[in-house]
Write a protein of this length. Structure first.
Length: 202
């Protein structure tokens, strides 16, 4: 075997060993992070899923979804989420106006009979930004939220650890075919979303 061939084999072995080592370290770090993460249960009495959009350009209408649920994994050592999934019952939409709420449930808006659920699933966190896949009317789009988490602290009554999560984001309702034939002048296309969650360790 020539020196050139021997050096090539040696370099290839060194590269393979280096890549294997990095993969092993990454896998170990990921496994440790997942091992440290703990499941938390949403405290619905102290949580909310709200939204707002413009009306006739100059004013703003606020609303909420009163029925929701979710699952959370939180790493208390790093004080960060490792997983977040949520869902809302679209029929629970509430804008404090019965007639408007009934309209929002119809096929041209949320179409609650065909699409009873809307969902959110966290994909990544970078600094103070959380990216999630949001699915409405069967259409999935990535949405970036401003992200804040506080805690954990001990609940003095249950003696369990609790955290608070706040997500603020914006989406275009027409990306999800919500009121796609309704003009922006009548109902704003941009919808502000605020999700506030209190969750308790299992």
């Amino acid at each position: 075997m020539s020196n050139a061939t021997q050096n090539l084999h040696t370099n290839a072995f060194s590269l393979s060993f280096s890549l294997f080592g990095k993969a092993l370290l990454f896998g170990s770090a990921l496994a440790l992070s997942l091992a440290n993460a703990a499941p938390y249960v949403v405290d619905k009495a102290h949580s909310s899923v709200g939204f707002s959009t413009s009306h006739m350009v100059i004013s703003e209408v606020n609303g909420a979804f009163n029925e929701f649920d979710g699952s959370i994994d939180f790493d208390p050592a790093k004080k960060t989420l490792t997983a977040l999934k949520g869902e809302i019952n679209t029929k629970s939409v509430d804008t404090n106006n019965k007639g408007r709420d009934e309209h929002l449930k119809k096929p041209d808006f949320f179409d609650v009979k065909k699409f009873p659920k809307a969902t959110l699933e966290m994909k990544s966190i970078k600094g103070k930004k959380l990216t999630a896949d949001v699915t409405i009317r069967g259409i999935t789009k990535p949405v970036v939220f401003d992200y804040e988490v506080k805690g954990p602290v001990e609940n003095e009554h249950s003696k369990k650890q609790i955290i608070a999560i706040k997500l603020d984001g914006k989406l275009n309702r027409k990306d999800f075919e919500v009121g796609k034939d309704t003009s922006n002048a009548s109902v704003g296309e941009e919808v502000k979303v605020r999700i506030q969650i209190e969750a308790q360790a299992q």
